[in-house]
Write a protein that binds this ligand. Structure first.
Ligand code: AGP
Length: 616
């Protein structure tokens, strides 16, 4: 996934583009570039590496101009280097484009264009778009882009400029997000809202196959048939400070500490006395009554939220649930029909596999409910119904507050579904779920100082790891509602510290993984009080007996666990077991964070990853 931006107005375009790209870096950061129209010339500057490399280069040798486009890349075709970085010229260097997505038929286009004498210089699929627009250009950039769209297959959001049309930017999207920022005497185009929020809160969401033609004064949107379309302007409710670190060393740490507030806001917004409300849902209670089974479909951390929600929905609403990764669901010819509710969970609302799974489910007649964080995202707009988590922008690639927000929304949805199907109000459920924000805050208050217990454990692991020539790994074990947290904790650790880690249902230890246990793996055991607490204590003894080093996640005041002589204990406030995953995950997030910090890695932008995987 990449980030694209365009600007036209009275400001220094290069400065606006670089600032906007800094707000989009979470989408990809292996190279970056800008194209600016300067005195009828089209100047491109692009560099391998983080945005800071390009920024330093532009400081030394600035490009003055009022119109331009920019790009920060997550490589799909072609290694990260200066040539493969965007923007890309056409062969006459009159047109420049930036692209997010994959052009599935780019090899055919490339062959056709090379036969016409176009010379390719990069290994990317995106460069074909520049030459294709050039081959269709007859004096009107929008027309050329419109005609090129008919020849392109795959996912794309693009912005294009022509040196002979200063002040004009043409954009287009298909299955990759693109928004328009409406300014005063200036206009913007970008992959995501944070890129324009320093300048305007007024945005327009482009839909698939729509084309935008903008200059500093006007914004015109056209449908695929070339006819003008009226689009609604949306006022963004949050401000750019929420997309800044506000004194934290990393976005990830800031977002971990935002969780009590996020959970509190969700509960206040969604609970009215003993009722739960989802105004934006659109799927009626009557339709929910007819639901015979539920499939929850997602990727990564969102998938783990789905695994956790399965327990809650089955316990509270008594509807059978199965959970699938989007990439598996979409290719298995899933047994879903009009009596199935498919819940797709996605923080970004742009994950390609989840979007495809949504379409597959709808084709089969299922009702699709999206649980998303990004307003107006593709998944939110294509689902039959949506519930927004309203966690605010999540910038760190490693998802934290979006995960707990998904859990809380899914807990509330379980209650909502139960009441839609005639269950009586359950004041115990409402009372208990309302205790989550205070429990999360009480836990986090113990870790607000830099030298806290979990940071100390991380530093001890780091020494242990180095003393064994960089050899060791982590095993995460959990049971029942906290089994998905074992996988989530392992994912957090590996995606930001690059250390091998595996999450496992503790009951499965004897069926193989216990062979791993010697003094090498560090074993995180989720042993909070609950239905399978005693079973976890036995697993802990089995690991101790084989020399394993244990970090136990415990319920505060658990003297019994302390007596089991585990090396490390992290206590968590007591909470109804069903809701405990929203609390238990917090120390797992902190452990991953502090281990990665010990290794000095780029926690917010880990290698090889991007915030939202908008390509397959
Ligand atoms: C989680 O920390 C990862 N960044 C990743 O697994 C992520 O959860 C996954 O790509 C799904 O993203 P989405 O929620 O935006 O669809």
């Amino acid at each position: 996934m990449c980030g694209i931006i365009g600007y036209t107005g009275k400001k220094n375009a290069t400065q606006v583009l670089v600032k906007g790209l800094s707000r989009l870096e979470y989408r990809g950061y292996d190279s970056a570039g800008v194209a600016v129209i300067r005195d009828q010339e089209l100047v491109i500057r692009k560099k391998k590496g983080k945005l800071s490399v390009l920024r330093d280069d532009l400081k030394k040798d600035p490009i003055q101009g009022k119109t331009g486009i920019g790009h920060t890349r997550w490589a799909t075709h072609g290694v990260p280097n200066d040539v493969n970085a965007h923007p890309h010229y056409d062969h006459k260097e009159k047109i420049a484009i930036v692209h997010n997505g994959i052009i599935e038929n780019y090899l055919d286009l490339k062959k056709m264009l090379e036969r016409k004498g176009y010379k390719f210089v990069s290994e990317t699929d995106s460069e074909a778009i520049a030459h294709l627009i050039s081959s269709n250009y007859k004096g009107d950039l929008r027309k050329a882009v419109q005609d090129s769209a008919k020849q392109m297959e795959g996912s794309y959001s693009i912005a294009a400029v022509h040196k002979g049309e200063p002040g004009r930017i043409v954009g287009m999207r298909n299955d990759s997000p693109l928004i328009i920022g409406i300014g005063e005497g200036e206009n913007f185009i970008a992959s995501d809202i944070p890129a324009v929020l320093d300048y305007t809160k007024k945005v327009v969401y482009l839909d698939n196959k729509e084309i935008v033609d903008l200059n500093e004064k006007t914004v015109l949107v056209y449908g695929p048939n070339g006819r003008k379309k009226k689009k609604k302007e949306v006022e963004i409710k949050w401000d750019i400070s929420q997309a800044e670190k506000n004194g934290f060393r990393h976005f990830m740490l800031k977002e971990i500490f935002e969780q009590p507030e996020v959970i509190k806001n969700i509960l206040e917004e969604r609970i009215e006395k003993e009722n739960v409300k989802f105004d934006e849902l659109k799927i009626t209670k009557n339709q929910l009554k007819k639901t015979k089974k539920i499939a929850i479909v997602a990727c990564g951390t969102a998938y783990h939220a789905g695994l956790t929600a399965q327990y809650a929905i089955e316990e509270v609403a008594k509807v059978p649930v199965w959970v699938d990764t989007s990439s598996e669901f979409r290719y298995r010819d899933p047994l879903v029909d009009k009596e199935t509710l498919v819940i797709v969970v996605s923080q970004s609302g742009e994950t390609a596999d989840t979007l495809a799974a949504l379409r597959e489910a709808r084709e089969k007649g299922a009702k699709v409910l999206a649980i998303c964080n990004v307003l107006g995202s593709s998944i939110a707009r294509e689902a039959d119904g949506v519930i927004y988590t309203h966690a605010g922008p999540e910038i760190a690639v490693a998802s934290t507050k979006a995960y707990t927000a998904q859990l809380v929304v899914l807990y509330l949805f379980a209650y909502y579904l139960a009441s839609a199907r005639g269950s009586k109000k359950n004041s115990g459920f409402i009372k208990e779920i309302k205790s989550l924000p205070a429990a999360a805050k009480k836990l986090l208050d113990q870790y607000s100082s830099k030298r806290n217990k979990i940071a100390k454990y991380a530093s001890e692991f780091h020494e242990y790891y180095l003393a064994r020539n960089n050899k060791s790994c982590f095993l995460y074990l959990g049971r029942n509602v906290n089994y998905p947290n074992a996988i989530e904790g392992a994912l957090k650790l590996k995606e930001i510290s690059y250390i091998s880690a595996e999450g496992y249902p503790a009951g499965e230890m004897k069926h193989g993984p216990i062979a791993l246990i010697d003094e090498n793996p560090w074993v995180v055991c989720i042993a909070v009080k609950g239905a399978t607490y005693e079973k976890m204590l036995s697993n802990i003894q089995e690991i101790k007996a084989r020399g394993g080093i244990i970090i136990a996640i415990a319920t505060e005041g658990d003297a019994k666990l302390k007596k089991s002589k585990v090396e490390y204990v992290i206590e968590t406030p007591r909470i109804k077991e069903l809701f405990s995953p929203a609390i238990v995950v917090i120390p797992l997030q902190l452990l991953a964070y502090y281990v990665a910090a010990e290794f000095g890695y780029d926690i917010d932008q880990p290698r090889n990853l991007a915030k939202s995987v908008t390509v397959e």
